[in-house]
Write a protein that binds this ligand. Structure first.
Ligand code: HEM
Length: 133
């Protein structure tokens, strides 16, 4: 039996296409490690101990991609733009965030159809978070 081909490839969800919970955890940890080491403007927005930030992004990406609902039971409705309003996010911050995220995907060998899907959809989400000119 063949499975429908979705924009993210021949999997029921992007969650499965990307490689599940272990892979998303690894992507999130790499993303924050890159920010810690190289993106001082973004690092300055985060708490000194960023372990809760890591958990929240991980829970969100698992749920958003069609995996288990880890985020909403802990944090409620995502309301992502509203939750980002306390931070000044302009074009440079969007660009840096996406560069770091793209590198985390590269370093986790996320390629092909699911990579194109993530680049497009996460790119749009990041633009939606912009709240400064
Ligand atoms: C566009 C540039 C972005 C910047 C500068 C930014 C920055 C931040 C900051 C400073 C926080 C607070 C961290 C904390 O509470 O410990 C945060 C929280 C969060 N961000 Fe972003 N973010 C951006 C884009 C995104 C995108 C594209 C996503 C989703 C793919 C995302 C998902 C989240 C989540 C899930 C939280 C935690 C919300 C909560 O439950 O409190 N962010 N972000």
């Amino acid at each position: 039996m063949t499975r429908a081909n979705h924009p993210w490839g021949p999997f029921d969800t992007p969650f499965e296409a990307v490689g599940g919970e272990g892979k998303l955890r690894s992507i999130v940890d790499r993303f924050y490690d890159i920010i810690d080491a190289e993106a001082s403007t973004l690092r300055a927005m985060l708490p000194k101990d960023d372990s809760a930030s890591r958990d929240k992004l991980y829970w969100y990406l698992v749920e958003w991609s069609g995996g288990p609902a880890l985020y909403s039971p802990e944090r409620g409705h995502p309301a992502m733009r509203m939750r980002h309003l306390p931070f000044e996010i302009g074009a440079d911050e969007v660009d840096t965030w996406l560069t770091c995220f793209g590198r985390a995907l590269d370093d986790n060998d996320v390629t092909g159809q699911v990579r194109d899907f993530l680049d497009e959809r996460i790119g749009a989400l990041a633009l939606h978070m912009q709240n400064q000119p």
